[in-house]
Design a binder for this molecule. Structure first.
Ligand code: COI
Length: 362
């Protein structure tokens, strides 16, 4: 990697930076340190981990990530618990596993899961004073790996940088937990079978931007994505998985290669089943949802993701027609899932599933 990753550019943020816990927003404030582990095929693979001051990366202009997008990332949250020393992670094993699956799809070397977990916890503990305590806040943990070899031929990079950064966050959407309006697009697609839709990689997010911008310009918060081939089966909403409640059945699209296997998605399915609700993973078409909206059997729509947890939908537009959902309000199931999952994540309620890992003590 051309002389190392740490540049001499001064840091943008310092530990003395004041921030308002009540108005954190999402993803603009960073803690004092970052983890870096480099990989070099020519030097025998993975190099020793380093925790370094948060700083800019210095990259050669030919660095492969900048040209061919060989990158994978993850997102999980660290929560302050009721006791001073508690730091809770929510199902980190699922993020680590998904990270490595994404790496395999992008021809990136996988990271040893134990090393990943140990080093991530070391970093979080080091910057523990940054974990906010206000309701709805956490430290968002962003593990990332990039092809870091300076080379212009198209092939997998021979060098990689795996790094983890931490960002104190509040609500992902400016609306907070308030219901959002979504726009169904049959013009653009997010992913197709055989592509990279089920990997957490930058390309999926880049591909989503134009549709999202067009939807924003028309007053919508998110885009509802349809299947690339039939343009009818529903896949995801914005950067989240999607759930429908129709006739008291909770339905979410089955994972068939194009949909991100969300940690919150899995938690919602298991928690809702634990509440005695019927949850089905299957194909669901936009036509079925429109029919349900028209005949009154559509009770709720909500998205699920790490960043927002649960995001209720107040209405959707399809082929120029607007359809109201749950009278434009937050549905009961979405509200309960949000409250209960957040209560488990933050230790406010017991965790019957063994999802929460307390990493507060070394
Ligand atoms: C999530 O909902 O957790 C996401 O994937 C959004 C993230 C890319 C900011």
């Amino acid at each position: 990697m051309n002389g190392g990753f740490m540049g001499t550019v001064p840091r943008n943020r310092t530990g003395s930076q004041e921030y308002d816990e009540e108005n954190l927003g999402f993803g603009s404030i960073f803690t004092d340190h970052m983890l870096q582990i480099s990989f070099s095929a020519g030097k025998g693979g993975w190099q020793p981990p380093q925790i370094l001051p948060m700083d800019n990366l210095v990259l050669h202009p030919a660095t492969m990530i900048l040209h061919y997008g060989q990158q994978v990332f993850e997102g999980l949250k660290a929560f302050a618990g009721p006791n001073e020393e508690d730091i809770f992670l929510f199902r980190p094993d699922m993020n680590i596993d998904r990270f490595n699956k994404s790496c395999e799809r992008l021809c990136i070397p996988t990271v040893d899961p134990d090393l990943f977990m140990d080093q991530m916890c070391r970093l979080i503990r080091m910057d523990r004073d940054w974990i906010p305590r206000a309701p709805g806040t956490s430290v968002y943990v962003r593990p990332t790996i990039i092809g870091s070899e300076p080379h212009l031929g198209v092939r997998p990079s021979q060098e990689y940088l795996f790094y983890i950064i931490l960002s104190p966050v509040g609500a992902y959407y400016p609306e907070g937990f308030a219901p959002v309006k979504i726009m169904v697009t049959d013009k653009y697609i997010r992913a197709c079978r055989g592509g990279v839709g089920e990997a957490k990689t930058a390309a999926n997010y880049a591909a989503s931007l134009l549709a999202a911008e067009e939807a924003h310009a028309e007053g919508f918060t998110q885009v509802l994505w349809l299947n690339a081939v039939d343009r009818v089966s529903i896949e995801e909403v914005g950067t989240m998985n999607i759930f429908f409640r129709i006739n008291d059945e909770i339905i979410t699209p089955a994972l068939e290669g194009t949909i991100l296997p969300g940690v919150t998605r899995d938690s919602v399915i298991r928690f809702a089943r634990g509440m005695g609700l019927k949850v089905t993973e299957r194909q669901v078409s936009i036509e079925e949802v429109v029919r349900a909206a028209e005949d009154g059997s559509l009770q709720e729509i909500f998205g699920s993701g790490t960043a927002a947890v649960i995001s209720p939908v107040s209405s959707f537009r399809y082929k120029g027609r607007d359809h109201l959902v749950a009278d434009g309000k937050t549905g009961n199931v979405a509200a309960t899932l949000f409250e209960e999952i957040v209560a488990i994540q933050t230790g406010a309620k017991p965790d019957p599933y063994g999802w929460v890992v307390n990493i507060g003590k070394a």
